[in-house]
Design a binder for this molecule. Structure first.
Ligand code: MSP
Length: 523
């Protein structure tokens, strides 16, 4: 192992409200992080907040707060949101932190010195809401700008631009010769289509401090602050730098100062995975690789682009009230039910649709009646018929367990989370079918069937254990509960533990208890 598996989420705008979309991205990234650890890799998982820009400045002003005080307050609730989702992130970045700003400024200094920027006057239209300059291409046929741009103002101002044109050819080449760089494939094709059919316009990377001061000052011109996207993307390397990553420190000429921990742990950069939503693929697949190339840093290995959630077939929107409040769902149904639904319902790529009925139906069918019922009846029968003592080992379900475990683990290696759950549920269903076929409750009534009942009870208890190991990345609380009910203490956290035969004859299990209480009256 020469580096840690380094994966990131997008960093959320601090002024937004945590919603289903944010929760989804964080959960899928967390499942991948947990799965990689279970595969034996060292992992570094980063998430955090994007805190600069005009919207934050305006929102703070409207509440008569300084932007920093405003961000500090909101950061508390975003961090508690991450904790509520049981994310196993190794760090949490805020773009207002000195450790981040220092790296942004080092990059700006380096790229300026090597001639990547030039100053120019801009005259035209600007959307504050999107913090972006508009061109005639953004106009609708009637000449107006789309209402999604919010208020559009006319501007004349000087700014620094980043020369992008020279980068177009190698980037196309890179994306074509590294087919795994942008996943899924149709997102790669979209980016390639964009690059091949347009001339890349230079990127404006500053805003005049007179108009917007809530940003990172340009180190070589105090009249400007850094454009929020240039600032935000850098989080993916500023945190490795803060952790002493030698590749990043060397490229930026940053000293490994006393502020940074000694680089004892394995390096991080290049990132293995940036998990992002489809709306920000251009920033990550075009601007970010160009920034890295200009800095002399290797590119991330993969951009994993997920789709967007809707609710009841319509856009999620606070103003229309069409929202799913993840915290309310978790309070009512439990964290694991929420994590399960979002991963099981939506594959990484297409758009998804949340319906309360769909959520409740998966809860009943797959969690309560499928997994929960299997664990509860298996362990209850072992308790009732064998006082909870594990009988002689039997391997009747070993081949099935191995087949489905292997398939699930292979899916997890490829970030196919939905399919991994489908494989795991094949084992759940096989074991429930085994209960029906072997009918242990009948065997228990026949003294001549003692040995057969032992076999059945062993197979069921061991399948429960194997399932706990496989489900740990998805349903961490449930896995721990299953292990506790089996009287096994903490999970090792490694997939190796799913090998058949882990339960030892003579071991006494703990107390069975329902994992997913039935809610027979859908609300
Ligand atoms: N701050 C930028 C990202 C900077 S990354 C260097 C941003 N923030 S955001 O808060 O608007 O979005 C954060 C992530 O949430 C993005 O990946 C975005 O695609 C995702 N989602 C926001 N709404 C979503 C849905 N309705 N569904 C799924 N994901 C969505 O963009």
């Amino acid at each position: 192992m020469s580096k840690r598996f380094y994966l990131t989420t997008a960093i959320d705008y601090v002024n937004g409200q945590p919603h289903l979309g944010h929760a989804y991205e964080k959960i899928i990234t967390d499942v991948i992080a947990r799965a990689r650890r279970a595969l034996g890799e060292e992992v570094f998982f980063l998430t955090g907040l994007d805190e600069h820009g005009q919207k934050v400045q305006q929102a703070a002003h409207a509440e008569s707060k300084t932007p920093q005080a405003y961000c500090d307050e909101l950061a508390v609730s975003w961090k508690s949101f991450a904790a509520k989702l049981s994310l196993t992130n190794d760090d949490f970045v805020r773009t207002t932190e000195p450790r981040h700003q220092e790296v942004v400024q080092a990059i700006l200094t380096k790229l300026h010195a090597s001639g990547h920027f030039y100053k120019t006057e801009y005259k035209g239209f600007y959307s504050t809401k999107e913090e972006t300059f508009l061109t005639d291409k953004d106009r609708r046929p009637d000449g107006t700008f789309d209402p999604s741009f919010g208020e559009v103002i006319e501007l004349i101002e000087e700014n620094f631009n980043f020369r992008l044109n020279a980068h177009q050819a190698w980037l196309i080449d890179y994306i074509e010769s590294n087919p795994g760089f942008i996943s899924p494939a149709h997102r790669r094709n979209e980016i390639l289509g964009f690059l091949k059919n347009n001339t890349l316009e230079d990127l404006c990377i500053t805003r005049p401090a007179s108009r917007l001061n809530w940003g990172i000052p340009l180190p070589f011109d105090p009249n400007f602050v850094t454009y929020v996207w240039f600032d935000a993307l850098v989080n993916y390397i500023s945190i490795p730098a803060a952790h002493g990553d030698p590749v990043v420190l060397a490229a930026l000429g940053l000293p490994n100062s006393a502020l940074r921990p000694p680089p004892s742990a394995l390096p991080l950069w290049p990132a293995d995975l940036h998990v992002i939503g489809k709306d920000i693929s251009k920033f990550h697949a075009v601007y970010w690789p160009i920034m890295l190339k200009a800095m002399g840093l290797p590119l991330p290995k993969q951009l994993l682009v997920h789709g967007w959630w809707q609710k009841d077939g319509a856009k999620i929107s606070k103003s229309t009230g069409n929202v799913v409040d993840p915290l309310a769902v978790i309070d009512e149904w439990g964290l694991d039910a929420f994590r399960f639904y979002v991963v099981r319902e939506l594959d990484i790529g297409p758009d998804g649709n949340w319906t309360d009925a769909g959520f409740q139906s998966r809860y009943q069918a797959e969690l309560a009646n499928g997994l929960g019922n299997l664990i509860n009846r298996s362990l209850s029968m072992l308790k009732r018929y064998r006082t909870g003592v594990v009988p002689l080992r039997s391997d009747e379900l070993a081949a099935d367990a191995q087949k489905f475990s292997q398939a699930a683990v292979e899916c997890l290696q490829n970030c196919q989370l939905q399919t991994a759950l489908e494989e795991i549920w094949k084992l759940v269903n096989r074991a429930n079918q085994y209960v029906d076929q072997t009918a242990p409750f009948k065997l228990a009534k026949d003294p001549a069937q003692t040995a057969r009942l032992d076999e059945v009870l062993y197979n069921l208890a061991e399948v429960c254990r194997v399932l706990a190991v496989l489900l740990a990345p998805f349903l961490p609380e449930t896995s721990e509960k299953i292990y506790a009910q089996l009287g096994l203490g903490a999970l090792s956290g490694k997939f190796e533990a799913s090998a058949w035969g882990g339960l030892k004859t003579g071991h006494t299990i703990g107390e069975p208890a329902p994992l997913f209480p039935r809610k027979d009256q859908p609300k």
